[in-house]
Design a binder for this molecule. Structure first.
Ligand code: UDP
Ligand code: MG
Length: 308
């Protein structure tokens, strides 16, 4: 009996890419002796992505679609696919062909060698605009500086997971998803493969600066409470500084010709005002997360699917 490999592809307005990626995947599997299924998750797009997948699925029993009820975002769409995959392992990749399906061969080989998670590291693409490369580098630096789970530069959601890992992942009830961090946190035997990303085949990137910032904040705050600790340290440090300042003020009061301290009052008020707002904001983010989690809503809602 051949093993079954599930391929999960979150897609948001990717109609021109679907046919190409499905045929590239088919080509890869032509040379391998595995059964496979392709699950495309239509993440509430406005173009013909779903139509295209449904047409392919009508003629190919290995192709499935999951239509979400609206745009839930990349991470939730990916979770929807992982939740429904049947395979002995699951490979996730982007719909835009930046993640070359040809890498499956090596990933599957490592899985057969006994690794539970085979993730990929994107090498820096020299043709990418400098701004995108920089933001991506800062993203990982910030993430690692602010959290305990080390995430290597260039790891995206292009990875293979053994069914037992997927099974455990499904049991997570957190609705604030940062899947690459969660998978790293899970442990198991993990292996990294480096690859050179291709260019987006068609359409435009859905990650603008705002979405990337959101993912960065989400990444840090869903992985760790380190920012809270740092807020405490910072507060402590500032308090110590002010303690040093008080003797000076007393000394100045008695022994120097002191002017009315307008400037220093303004400076301290402004400084502490800002600091308090920052720290309140950090606390607020975490309380917000508890609020969202407390509502216990699903991370995605399926409108239709042909998966049984
Ligand atoms: N995506 C999604 N929902 C969204 C945004 C993106 O399912 O709200 C999918 C998108 O179709 C693609 C993948 O997530 O398959 C990565 O997105 P994109 O290529 O736009 O990101 P980039 O590669 O530019 O970081
Ligand atoms: Mg992309």
């Amino acid at each position: 009996m051949k093993k079954l490999i599930s391929i999960v592809i979150p897609a948001h307005n990717e109609e021109e890419n679907i046919v190409v990626i499905v045929s590239r995947i088919e080509q890869v599997f032509d040379a391998l002796s595995y059964n496979y299924e392709i699950i495309v998750v239509d993440d509430g797009g406005s173009d013909g992505t779903l139509n295209v997948v449904q047409q392919i699925a009508a003629n190919d029993p290995r192709v499935f679609y999951i239509e979400l009820s609206r745009n839930f975002g990349h991470q939730s769409a990916l979770k929807a696919g992982l939740d429904r995959a049947h395979g002995d392992c699951v490979i996730s990749l982007d719909a835009d062909l930046q993640h070359p399906p040809e890498l499956f061969v090596e990933m599957i080989q490592k899985w057969e060698e006994g690794y539970d998670v085979v993730y990929t590291r994107r090498e820096e693409d020299p043709t990418l605009p400098a701004s995108k490369r920089k933001t991506s580098r800062y993203f990982y630096q910030l993430l690692n500086a602010l959290s305990e789970t080390e995430i290597e530069q260039g790891t995206a959601d292009f990875r293979l997971m053994d069914a037992k890992v997927v099974q455990i992942f499904r049991g997570f009830t957190e609705n604030d998803l940062f899947i690459r961090g969660m998978v790293k946190w899970l442990g198991f035997k993990q292996f990294a493969i480096d690859y050179m990303p291709s260019k987006r085949f068609a359409g435009a990137s859905k990650y603008n600066l705002r979405k990337m910032r959101k993912l960065a904040v989400q990444g840090v705050t869903s992985l760790s409470v380190k920012p809270l600790h740092m807020a405490v340290y910072l507060g402590f440090f500032i308090s110590c500084l002010s303690l040093l300042y008080i003797p000076y003020v007393i000394y100045a009061y008695f022994f120097t010709k002191h002017v009315n301290g307008w400037a220093s009052i303004i400076v301290t008020v402004a400084f502490f005002g800002g600091l308090q707002l920052v720290i309140l904001g950090i606390i607020g983010i975490y309380i917000g997360k508890m609020f969202m989690q407390g509502k216990n809503r699903p991370t995605y809602i399926i409108r239709s699917t042909n998966i049984k």
